[in-house]
Write a protein that binds this ligand. Structure first.
Ligand SMILES: [Zn+2]
Length: 154
């Protein structure tokens, strides 16, 4: 699971291995990113607002990617490696215009994977994809699950 979401919804839905390309609003790092991985509970007993990095005393910020910042290197490296190695890629609800994430489906296509794009709009990903399912993910994905289950049962 590779996501541009920062809201932890995939983890709450039960996905175990989530690569967060744009970070997480539930993690914190110090202002210059030297120390990372803090969560709100780490500062439960601290009165100072806003809380400061326990290791260097610098102000903390959400561990998300702001405009103009690079994506976390380990996350994009891993997403690219998985994209180049997968058999099937399901692309859901992305505009397909924010790079480097938008290049991941193209990596999968080049590597010979079957790419399925679920999107209300026919965009650049749909053009490159093997299968384009037009519609909202919340409507198309349950139908896809039913179809796959019927196929596997039949
Ligand atoms: Zn720090």
């Amino acid at each position: 699971m590779v996501t541009q979401n920062i809201d932890g919804l995939h983890q709450r839905a039960g996905s175990g291995d989530v690569i967060e390309l744009h970070g997480s609003m539930f993690r914190f790092k110090c202002l210059h990113g030297e120390h990372t991985g803090f969560v709100l509970d780490d500062f439960a007993g601290q009165n100072e607002k806003p809380p400061r990095c326990p290791q260097c005393g610098e102000l903390l910020r959400p561990d998300v990617v702001w405009f103009g910042e690079a994506l976390p290197g380990d996350a994009i490296d891993r997403a690219q490696a998985l994209s180049a190695a997968c058999d099937v890629m399901l692309v859901v609800g992305t505009s397909g215009v924010v790079y480097p994430a938008a290049a991941l489906p193209l990596l999968a296509v080049e590597a010979g994977a079957t790419v399925i794009d679920v999107n209300p709009e026919r965009d650049a990903v749909a053009t490159a994809a093997d299968i384009f399912l037009q519609g909202q993910g919340a409507e198309v994905l349950p139908q896809l699950v039913v179809a796959v289950r019927e196929h596997l049962a039949g």
